[in-house]
Write a protein that binds this ligand. Structure first.
Ligand code: G16
Length: 546
């Protein structure tokens, strides 16, 4: 009864954030995502949940209002745990439960969570809030604030932020500033200082200016990159495209569009061999690309980013004279040739996990240096505490001059990386620094290995939950017969592979196929899509050939 009493204010306020009848949502790959107009009650309730999580962990919790790569009409919300990681899985379940509770159940669900997790309601609560540039985001973040206030939590609203910036702020706050200062200025200063130090060491750093064209998906990345620009050195000349002043968020542009369609974004003119990159709608993903002299488009995705960074870190370790255990974490979407290159040529252990940064992050924590990237460009590098301390110690006290200098470079690399989550701005600077230091052109980077031709498609089905997968999503265990069918189709082609999985951010089933030629990858993807359509309850027109 006491718990019920504590939640009295919650009930009153809930009436202002009613759940649409019959609506049921799931905390998916990256939180809740759906049409913005269906999310008001979810935002309010996630404000409530963030307060409980904050009280339980005695730490600041983050709430980010964004739907990242989804269309502008959608929105979403995800919670950020104390060290800047994604919300703990058991709390994801509470989030789903709370979001779907009927109006009269909200208070008892809160009481149940408090009881199960031994939440001390007298404990102070603190929540950081950030939002992307969607038209619906401001109002929805106000609903989050209503939820926080209904439980008397403290909050700091950062307003417009990239998702990784919010993760960064939360981590800084909970490490009492050891990770950095929990302000935008602190973020810009830490990254730009590390970047400046690194590219000072590039042999041609003084004379040549490096140009980079950046497609910001008409999103938050444009605003934040502009804010940061004056902190960056002259040597890097950034040209921002799709800054949101004219066109719609993510529409025919951004990292997801470029990756999935394997073509340049609208609104960015490319001259042959110019280095270009795209952020996604909340700037946690990045992909690079260029067109060659013959006009062919070349995509450099998350797998090639992971490879470049791994090569650099491996070489750096040799220079520092340290043997640290390095591993790379990928998902089923990783190009077969990237995995082969990493394992066979670089001799680095590679692990495959389920889609979703939280899964990659978790696995990467097992190494001294864990490099993780999804093929879609979402990723970062994690350094174990021991590894980081060792490098910092060597940078300060190392006896051998050369090794000490190498350790300082390594230290700057660590500082340039946002270890809380994938971060397009940070990843971009890491890549630019590595290319400058190694004197690599974008073509030379691309030529490290050749991607197997591949194709990604989406299939609409009545209920995507009928598809269940195993083995890091590489095998469909339901509906019956689907995997057998995929196996038969894959056998028709050389160097082929295909899998299907329900998306955790959109109401579709995703299909991935690769094979020896683009025609074969396209044909295989189409045939697998038809199998999904037939065996998993496809709706609308059957999938058309690519
Ligand atoms: C989110 C997740 C990523 C995931 C992507 C697609 O990205 O953070 O880990 O790869 O969704 O997920 P799904 O295939 O389940 O729809 P973002 O950039 O949209 O937040």
């Amino acid at each position: 009864a006491r718990a019920e009493m504590d939640f009295e204010a919650v009930g009153k306020c809930s009436a202002l954030h009613l759940k649409p009848a019959g609506l049921s949502l799931q905390y998916g790959t990256a939180g809740f995502r759906t049409k913005a107009e269906q999310l008001d009650h979810v935002m309010y309730r996630m404000g409530l949940l963030a307060v409980l999580r904050s009280k339980q962990t005695k730490s600041t919790i983050g709430v980010m209002v964004t739907a990242s790569h989804n269309p502008e009409e959608d929105n979403g919300v995800k919670l950020v745990d104390p060290l800047g990681e994604m919300l703990n899985p058991s709390w994801e379940e509470y989030a789903t439960h709370l979001a779907n509770a009927e109006e009269h159940e909200v208070q008892s669900v809160l009481a149940e969570i408090c009881q199960k997790e031994a939440v001390n309601l007298h404990q102070q609560a603190s929540v950081f809030i950030g939002r992307d540039t969607r038209p619906s985001s401001e109002k929805l973040s106000q609903s989050v604030i209503d939820g926080i206030c209904a439980l008397q939590g403290q909050y700091h609203d950062y307003g417009l932020l990239t998702t990784p910036q919010l993760h960064y702020m939360v981590c800084c706050q909970n490490t009492q500033g050891r990770y950095g200062k929990a302000t935008l200025e602190g973020y810009y200063n830490k990254l730009s200082k590390a970047f400046v130090e690194l590219i000072k060491q590039a042999s041609n750093s003084g004379d040549s200016q490096r140009c980079l064209k950046v497609d910001c998906a008409n999103g938050i990345g444009a605003l934040k990159l502009k804010e940061m620009e004056h902190n960056l050195p002259q040597q890097l000349s950034i040209h921002i495209y799709n800054d949101g002043s004219k066109e719609k968020l993510n529409h025919l542009c951004g990292a997801d569009f470029v990756k999935v369609h394997q073509k340049p974004p609208l609104g960015l003119e490319m001259k042959p061999n110019e280095r270009c990159c795209s952020f996604d709608g909340d700037a946690d993903r990045i992909v690079y690309y260029y067109t060659d002299a013959a006009g062919h488009f070349h995509l450099i995705d998350g797998d090639k980013i992971a490879t470049l960074i791994s090569i650099f870190l491996k070489e750096s370790l040799v220079k520092v004279g340290q043997k640290l255990m390095m591993g790379v974490v990928q998902t089923a979407y990783a190009n077969g040739n990237s995995t082969r290159y990493l394992e066979e040529t670089m001799k680095v252990p590679v692990h495959c996990v389920k889609t979703g940064v939280k899964h990659l992050h978790h696995k990467a924590q097992e190494f001294d240096i864990g490099v993780y990237f999804e093929a879609n460009g979402h990723g970062t590098v994690l350094f174990s505490k021991a590894a980081e301390e060792k490098i910092r110690h060597l940078a300060k006290e190392g006896k051998d001059n050369q090794k000490r200098e190498a350790a300082k470079m390594f230290e700057n690399t660590i500082d340039l990386i946002n270890q809380t989550v994938g971060d397009a701005i940070s990843d971009m600077l890491v890549i630019e620094a590595i290319l400058a230091l190694k004197g690599l052109t974008v073509q030379e980077w691309d030529d490290i290995y050749t991607d197997l031709p591949n194709r990604q498609l989406k299939v609409k089905v009545a209920d995507r939950r009928v598809i269940d997968t195993a083995d890091a999503e590489r095998c469909a265990i339901s509906p019956p017969g689907l995997q057998e069918k995929i196996d038969d189709l894959v056998k028709k082609y050389r160097l082929s592979r295909a899998f299907v999985r329900p998306s955790g951010t959109e109401d579709v089933v995703r299909v991935y196929a690769e094979a020896d030629t683009q025609e074969n990858a396209d044909a295989l993807a189409h045939e697998v899509s038809l199998a999904v359509y037939q065996l998993a309850g496809g709706v609308g027109e059957p999938p058309q050939p690519v």
